[in-house]
Ligand binder design. Structure first.
Ligand code: PGA
Length: 253
């Protein structure tokens, strides 16, 4: 039994292709939440108001719900992605899911803590998460840490193949503490400069997302920063209404 890429009849849209930097992207990261019924209701509620939005959207959900979400979001423009992927291709790795398997069921993106070439090979855009701990921030190491993380990824994946880079300060994830828009912009500018050094043309098209306690009431100011191209949303993506409000804040003024 081996996973091989087949042409999925209903592929999730290639959210991250041909990005114009004027477009914002907001990705829901449901983490280990949801149920078949709750997801169906979420999709129904979100899709009912999708027309109000002018940003690109995606939902990253637990593996078991991905196929059903691809079906629910078919032809709507809402992309579906996984939250993680095995760095291995196939084999005796109990409980693991490969990039080929994700591509096989129509995934177009996947969140990854560290990126692997094979993700790119299977046409799945990696959304690479970087971020410093509170101790690192307090030691003044934020920029050094995130740049080291990004450079490690760039030794394996060219800028042009990155789906997005998400700056997620560890101390802000799920804590209700958010980086100030200015502090986040500062880090995003450093990330952009690092990408530009490697490939200026591709860097200009690579979305830089902010994640970490983004809510409807702080999203607009964060998303208005010049190098913040959207967000990766955890807690506020669990209710369709809140996620819609965050997406609406991603408008380009
Ligand atoms: P949060 O999670 O919005 O709940 O802080 C963000 C994330 O972990 O992607």
């Amino acid at each position: 039994m081996s996973a091989s890429k087949t042409d999925h009849p209903h592929p999730s849209p290639a959210l991250l292709e041909k990005l114009s930097v004027r477009e914002k992207i907001v990705i829901a990261n449901w983490k280990m939440n949801g149920s078949a019924e709750a997801n169906r209701l979420w999709a129904e509620e979100f899709l009912a108001k999708l027309g109000d939005l002018n940003c690109r959207t995606a939902v990253c959900a637990p593996f078991v719900y991905l196929s059903e979400l691809v079906r629910l979001f078919k032809d709507t423009g809402v992309a579906v992605g996984a939250q993680t992927v095995s760095p291995r291709d196939q084999g005796a790795f109990t409980g693991e899911v490969s990039a080929a398997m994700l591509a096989d069921i129509g995934m177009s993106l996947c969140l990854v803590g560290h990126s692997e070439r094979r993700l790119v090979a299977h046409g799945i855009a990696p959304v690479v998460c970087v971020g410093e701990t509170l101790a690192e921030r307090e030691a003044g190491l934020t920029e050094a840490v995130v740049l080291r993380q990004l450079r490690t990824v760039l030794t394996r994946v060219p800028v042009a193949k990155l789906g997005a880079v998400a700056y997620e300060p560890v101390w802000a994830i799920g804590t209700g503490r958010t980086a100030t828009p200015q502090a986040a912009q500062h880090v995003h500018a450093a990330l952009r400069a690092c990408l530009t050094e490697a490939d200026a043309e591709a860097a200009a098209k690579t979305p830089l997302l902010y994640g970490g306690s983004v809510k409807p009431d702080n999203a607009h100011e964060l998303f208005s920063q010049p190098d913040i191209d959207g967000g990766l949303i955890g807690g506020a993506a669990l209710k369709a209404e809140d996620f819609h409000s965050v997406c609406a804040a991603a408008r380009v003024d």
